[in-house]
Design a protein around this ligand. Structure first.
Ligand SMILES: Cc1cc2nc3c(=O)[nH]c(=O)nc-3n(C[C@H](O)[C@H](O)[C@H](O)COP(=O)(O)O)c2cc1C
Length: 188
C-alpha cells in the first residue's frame, strides 16, 4: 500500500477478529516504530508487546470507566484483541542535552517523539491489513505499575493490534482553509 493511500484509508478500529497475528508481522509493525525520527536520534521510546490474556484484562481494567459518565469505547477491544502494544518513553532524553539539561521552552519532547513512532506503527499496521486504535483515556500510572514500567519511564499510550472486524466511515476533518494560513498566523 502506498503511503498516501495508507494515510487516507486508516481508521481507528474498535472491533477485531480473534485471528492470531504471527510474530513476524508484529515485528514489521515494531520495525516501523523503530525507524521514526527523534530528537537528536535519542529514540526514547520503548514498546511492550502483550499477548498474555490475563495481562490484557488487567490493562483493559485501567481504561476510563466512570459510573454514569465516559466509558472508553475501546475497552472490549483491549480485552479481546490478539496483541496489545504498550508505548513508553524514557524521560530526560528527548529535547535534552546529554547532561539532561532541557534545550527548549517546551521541556522534554518525549510525547512528540513517541507520537511519531506510534503513527509510523499505526500506518504500517494498516498497510499490513491490521487495525489499531491509539488510546489515551486510561489510568496510565496504574497501567505502568501493572506492566512493571520503571519510574524514569512514562507510559504514554497503548494500542490494540488485530485484524479489523468493522469498516468504519471516515471521521470528519477540518477543511484545509480552516487550519492553514499564508505567511502569517491568521492570514488566509
Ligand atoms: C492521543 C489520542 C488518544 C486517543 N484516545 C482514545 C481512547 O482512549 N479511546 C478511543 O476509543 N479512541 C481514542 N483515540 C482515537 C480517536 O478518537 C480517533 O483517532 C479520532 O476520533 C479520529 O478517528 P480516526 O482515527 O478513525 O480517523 C485517541 C486518539 C489519539 C490520537
Amino acid at each position: 500500500m502506498e503511503a498516501l493511500e495508507a494515510i487516507e484509508t486508516r481508521r481507528s478500529i474498535r472491533k477485531y477478529k480473534s485471528d492470531p497475528i504471527d510474530d513476524k508481522t508484529v515485528e514489521l509493525v515494531l520495525e516501523a516504530g523503530r525507524r521514526a525520527p527523534s530528537w537528536a536520534n535519542t529514540q526514547c521510546w520503548r514498546f511492550i508487546v502483550v499477548r498474555d490474556n490475563k495481562m490484557k484484562a488487567k490493562v483493559a481494567d485501567t481504561l476510563f470507566k466512570r459510573p454514569g459518565g465516559f466509558e472508553n469505547p475501546a475497552t472490549e477491544a483491549v480485552n479481546t484483541v490478539p496483541v496489545l502494544i504498550i508505548v513508553c518513553a524514557q524521560m530526560g532524553k528527548s529535547g535534552c542535552r546529554p547532561d539532561g539539561e532541557i534545550v527548549t521552552e517546551k521541556g522534554d519532547w518525549y510525547m512528540f517523539d513517541t507520537a511519531l513512532a506510534v503513527q509510523n506503527m499505526v500506518l504500517a499496521a494498516h498497510a499490513l491489513g491490521l487495525g489499531t486504535v491509539i488510546l489515551g483515556a486510561f489510568d496510565a500510572p496504574r497501567a505502568a505499575e501493572i506492566l512493571g514500567v520503571p519510574d524514569d519511564y512514562s507510559l504514554i499510550t497503548l494500542f490494540p493490534l488485530g485484524y479489523p472486524d468493522e469498516d468504519p466511515e471516515p471521521r470528519p476533518r477540518k477543511e484545509l482553509d480552516e487550519i492553514v494560513f499564508r505567511d502569517k498566523f491568521g492570514v488566509k
